[in-house]
Design a protein around this ligand. Structure first.
Ligand code: BGC
Length: 263
């Protein structure tokens, strides 16, 4: 869709119901305006590949390109996800992106390149926030764990509808391995694992997480969650496990909602 068609679609919605989110992932940087009432994307996502050298400068330039595509009003706050620990806008880890991000003020990088005030959250936390507001975790009491399977494994811990940020359950050490180095969906691709082969690794991972946290619900997100029928039924757990309702859009939607709620 052209820039002008996208702008026309967005113009039909009341301004205060519009948010804007950008998801910085290991393979792609995706942004879209979001309807904050429904959690739906107002236009198709605009996606650019994550630069091979994913330094703050290179990623900042892509953020600028994404925002520029949508012609946002100058005052609009944007939400941005980052695939590492984020506290007060600052990155404290960078497992799957350039290490120069560590100790970088991601919110400041986003503001400098896009010209917009940015709220930055961990990618899985943003996905969890979206699932609470609009998706599979909506109205759920107790402990809900959202696990995103992608380049790495992201996790969001939710207790009685409240997100507790920066749970890094992708890096649990299991059988001597960093868990995401065995069970992320990128590893399935890299090693050419079939769904049943990958499901064995997921079984080991999810049963360990289940033992540690006794959750009431697992929500599985990330791009591969669209193929959930191929692997979720193979898992044998005591805890109900469901696909994320917002699938791969959860990061964008959650970032937009977090930015609006923290403006
Ligand atoms: C990072 C997490 C992130 C996850 C998914 C992990 O390697 O440590 O912070 O949420 O990947 O991107």
């Amino acid at each position: 869709m052209s820039k002008h068609e996208d702008a026309a679609k967005v113009a039909e919605v009341e301004a205060e119901k519009i948010g804007f989110g950008i998801d910085i992932g290991g393979s792609g940087i995706k942004g879209a305006p979001v309807h904050l009432g429904t959690g739906e994307l107002l236009t198709k996502r605009f996606r650019r590949p994550t630069p091979a050298e994913s330094s703050p400068e290179a990623v900042g330039a892509v953020l600028a390109e994404v925002v520029e595509h949508f012609e946002l009003p100058g005052m609009a706050h944007i939400g941005v996800t980052f695939p590492g620990i984020v506290k007060d806008g600052v990155a404290h880890s960078a497992a799957n992106v350039d290490k120069r991000w560590v100790d970088t003020d991601v919110a400041e990088v986003a503001r400098r390149w896009t010209g917009h005030t940015a709220y930055v959250a961990n990618d899985a936390d943003a996905a969890g926030y979206a699932e609470i507001a609009y998706g599979a975790a909506k109205g759920k009491k107790g402990t809900v764990l959202v696990l995103t399977l992608g380049t790495g494994i992201g996790s969001a811990m939710i207790r009685d509808g409240v997100l507790i940020p920066n749970f890094e359950l992708g890096h649990l050490e299991i059988d001597g391995y960093d868990a995401e180095s065995r069970a992320a969906s990128s590893i399935k691709e890299e090693e050419g694992l079939s769904y049943p082969e990958w499901a064995e690794r997921l079984q080991r991972y999810f049963s360990h997480v289940e033992f540690l946290f006794s959750p009431d619900l697992f929500v599985v997100g990330g791009g591969v969650s669209k193929d959930h029928e191929q692997f979720l039924p193979l898992l044998d757990l005591k805890t109900p496990i469901v696909p994320a309702k917002l699938r791969n859009k959860a990061g964008i939607v959650g970032a937009a909602a977090l930015a609006a709620d923290n403006a």
